[in-house]
Design a protein around this ligand. Structure first.
Ligand SMILES: [Fe+2]
Length: 383
């Protein structure tokens, strides 16, 4: 940050078109979401061999499967023969094609019945035999990289380039795994998921998550629970040690307390303080002593983002007959809806012809990260 005072010391945001231009969004798709490791779900979403998910990752249809060996693998949902989509609903013409996931846990193209194993290898193509002109091993599904951390799986839509650049998930995650090493993320399970369709660019959501200057005006209930969030405009928050709650409170619930036990392995601070991580490009984690709220951003276009909010708890708690996550879920749902409301206001306002760019106040310094993050991948924005 500049040491000057006055308006000139405020850092400019990205130019406003970065938040609504289809051209910028397309560049972000190619240079960010198709290059970085994109968090797309939890390992628990594919519980058994033969499990298959069809996911839309920034407009690319992706298959994620658990193979018969139990490994997770991902591929583009595209037949290597003529490019037909392999797995899809056929609702428009009221026709049912014979394709997709078979009872034998293979993936069959409905068009000419080329059939693939869940690891992506081509098993058979009718009336074509393995010969000099046709080597089955050269017709595996287009691969998608898949790596896991903390029970989450991440996809890389350009796995060849990632391997060439030695761009692994762990190089992308940086210090976060070490910082969160006592949270048993891999053991946790999703007890509740809420999906929100937010009419705002993904960067507005990220920037909002990354600063607490807005907490006082937007989140009165949250600031009642965590008074530090509104003190000095949310500046000087000690995210390294965690943020303390009001006296007597220790978790993000309506009452600030819970009947659930703390997650096993946490240290003394983690049992009473709140912490969070923003993992570019699309995973936000908010960690309390007894649960974790995980937000997966699914960009839907330049001005829409689907927010998948998962509430993770320890299986020991979920198994209890009295388990009820609503104390955490209801509190988060309130805070979330407050955030989405103001994010949509920003999306509306910055399209005004007079608003060429915005500013970051000094206490929003972390939010400026997204400008540096985007500039590094798209080139200088010259705001
Ligand atoms: Fe907020």
């Amino acid at each position: 940050m500049s040491t000057e005072t006055g308006p000139k010391s405020l850092q400019k945001s990205l130019p406003s078109p970065y938040y609504y231009s289809p051209e910028i969004y397309q560049r972000e798709k190619e240079s960010i979401f198709c290059q970085e490791w994109f968090c797309a779900g939890r390992e628990e979403d594919l519980p058994a061999s033969g499990s298959l998910l069809v996911l839309d990752v920034v407009g690319e249809s992706i298959l994620v499967a658990r193979t018969k060996e139990g490994e997770l693998r991902a591929h583009y949902n595209v037949c290597r023969h003529r490019g037909s989509r392999l797995c899809a609903e056929d609702e428009k013409w009221n026709v049912k094609l014979r394709g997709g996931l078979t009872t034998a846990a293979t993936i069959r193209c409905p068009y000419h019945q080329w059939t693939y194993a869940l690891d992506g290898s081509l098993l058979s193509a009718p009336f074509l035999t393995d010969a000099e002109t046709f080597q089955k091993k050269e017709f595996s599904l287009y691969p998608v990289g898949l790596e896991t951390w903390g029970g989450f799986f991440f996809l890389n839509l350009s796995p060849g380039q990632a391997a060439f650049a030695d761009h692994t998930l762990f190089s992308q995650l940086g210090p976060a795994p070490e910082r969160l090493k006592r949270y048993p993320l891999r053991d946790l399970r999703t007890a509740k998921t809420i999906s929100y369709d937010v009419a705002a660019n993904w960067k507005i959501v990220m920037e909002n998550y990354n600063e607490c200057y807005h907490c006082g005006p937007i989140h009165p209930e949250l600031c009642d629970l965590v008074p530090d969030f509104k003190r000095a405009g949310g500046s000087n928050l000690d995210w390294e040690r965690g943020i303390p709650h009001r006296p007597g409170a220790y978790t993000f619930t309506t009452t600030g307390t819970t009947s659930r036990s703390p997650l096993p392995g946490l240290d003394a601070d983690e049992k009473v303080r709140h912490t969070g991580e923003l993992l570019y490009p699309n995973l936000l984690l908010s960690l309390s002593c007894d649960h974790v709220a995980a937000f997966l951003l699914w960009p839907q276009g330049p001005d829409r983002t689907r927010m998948e909010c998962r509430f993770l708890f320890h299986p020991h708690e979920i198994a209890k007959p009295c388990f009820d996550p609503s104390d955490a879920v209801d509190f988060w749902d309130l805070v979330n809806r407050q955030d989405w409301t103001v994010c949509e206001r920003v999306q509306l306002g910055l399209k005004s012809r007079v608003h060429q760019f915005g500013y970051y106040a000094p206490m929003e310094d972390l939010a400026a990260d997204i400008r540096r993050y985007v500039d590094k991948r798209l080139g200088p924005s010259q705001s």
